[in-house]
Design a protein around this ligand. Structure first.
Ligand code: NAD
Ligand code: UD1
Length: 349
């Protein structure tokens, strides 16, 4: 079965693509490489223990922008006219930095919303009606709930979140308009970690904004110290609590969601992908130090604008709907992030 994976070279897309290959799916990966490296595919060969000839039979890599409608059409047309039509799409491609979205809202609306609209139009033309979409827990905005369920208010607080919520509405409208569409809208909590081989992982350009890549770079000595954004939150130790999810658990969640879409037509599911467990910044520092044997220098600083104290999923609907739940612990998330960081101190370069 042939699947299109947009953004399949990125952090979450690459881990999911690898698992999809292992499950026997053949892939067309469509990525602009705006925030990723082509080197990821050489790493697939190492992990799968195969050569380039085998891999190119299983994956076709296309460098392209999701806003380039002609190229997307060419891709769908090529497979449909060769009798090997694309059955479903996993749509990871997009821009994902909250802080950048505040400065460049036009880019975020253009790529995240108009890019998705382009994709949907081409899918409809080629009668491909199943899509797994990367949404984010950021659509919930700030919350006082100890665990967030899917029926929580949608109230995003930044342009990035607005674009994700808008795509969710767009897909819901499509679903209501025509009984051919099927969507799995997956709201990720905090994806971290890396493949246990240390061959693929998160490779942010520039100084990272997120906690895990930042701590990894402090531990390896690329950055001097971690600033802890506030110790006056109403949480157990005063630092921010998040629901970290190992990227392999997350990738497995996509496979379960895809399988659900393939089983029946005309469904829409909106699901939290998280562990249901919260960890504070100090928990993460402590666990990371334990795993690495390296002291993580840190300093308490002011709260970061736009932050919330606690953000933890209630993942029970995902378990009920998909039979999926996370398996990996915070220790494994820290261990695999560190393994990737030490094997690739400069990412893919
Ligand atoms: P990433 O930046 O590593 O991957 C995104 C991929 O999309 C990259 O390979 C990038 O080159 C590609 N891309 C960007 N713009 C494109 C365009 N116009 N056309 C084609 N390809 C393009 O990000 P990620 O962490 O793997 O995130 C994947 C998806 O999950 C994104 O949609 C993101 O918003 C969403 N998400 C991520 C997180 C997170 O913490 N990583 C959390 C919630 C949701
Ligand atoms: C951030 C995004 C969110 C996105 C998520 C993806 C913001 C405001 N939110 O969320 O939209 O979906 O990434 O993973 O950017 N922290 C520090 N020091 C640091 C970095 C982080 O103390 O240098 C703290 C934060 O205050 C927070 C926790 O670590 O309590 C996790 O932060 P981060 O990894 O950036 O994730 P989120 O804030 O959950």
């Amino acid at each position: 079965m042939k699947l299109l994976v947009t953004g399949g070279a990125g952090f979450i897309g690459s881990h999911t693509s690898l698992l999809l290959l292992e499950e026997g799916y053949d892939l067309v990966i469509y990525d602009s490489f705006h925030n990723s490296s082509k080197k990821v595919f050489k790493r697939f060969e190492k992990i799968l223990g195969c050569d380039e000839t085998y891999l190119t039979k299983r994956i076709k890599v296309i460098e392209g922008d999701i806003r380039d409608r002609n190229l997307l059409e060419e891709v769908f047309n090529y497979y449909s006219s060769s009798g090997d039509s694309i059955t479903a799409v996993l749509h990871f491609a997009g821009l994902k930095s909250v802080s950048e979205s505040v400065i460049k809202p036009i880019d975020y609306w253009d790529v995240n919303l108009l890019g998705t609209k382009n994709l949907i139009e081409v899918m409809a033309k080629y009668e491909c009606y199943k899509l797994v979409f990367s949404s984010s827990a950021t659509v919930y905005g700030s919350t006082s709930s100890s665990k967030i369920t899917e029926d929580h208010n949608i109230n995003p607080q930044n342009p990035y979140g607005h674009t994700k919520a808008a795509v969710e509405d767009f897909l819901t409208d499509l679903y209501n308009s025509n009984d051919k569409w099927s969507f799995a809208i997956l709201r990720y909590f905090n994806p971290v970690g890396a493949h246990s081989s240390g061959q693929i992982g998160e490779d942010p350009f520039g100084v990272p904004n997120n906690l895990f890549p930042f701590i990894s770079q402090v531990a390896i000595g690329r950055l001097e110290k971690l600033l802890v954004f506030g110790n006056d939150w109403p949480t157990t130790d005063g630092t921010g609590i998040r629901d970290y999810i190992h990227v392999i658990d997350l990738a497995q969640g996509h496979i379960s969601a895809l399988e659900k879409l393939l089983e029946n037509n005309n469904q829409i599911v909106k699901l939290n992908l998280g562990s249901g467990k919260g960890h504070s910044v100090l928990d993460v520092i402590k666990t990371f130090s334990k795993v690495t044997g390296v002291d993580i220098p840190y300093e308490i600083s002011n709260r970061r604008s736009g932050d919330t104290g606690q953000n933890v999923a209630d993942p029970s609907l995902s378990k009920k709907t998909l039979g999926w739940e996370t398996k990996r612990t915070l220790f494994e998330m820290c261990r695999d992030s560190w393994n990737w960081q030490t094997k690739n101190p400069n990412g893919y370069n």
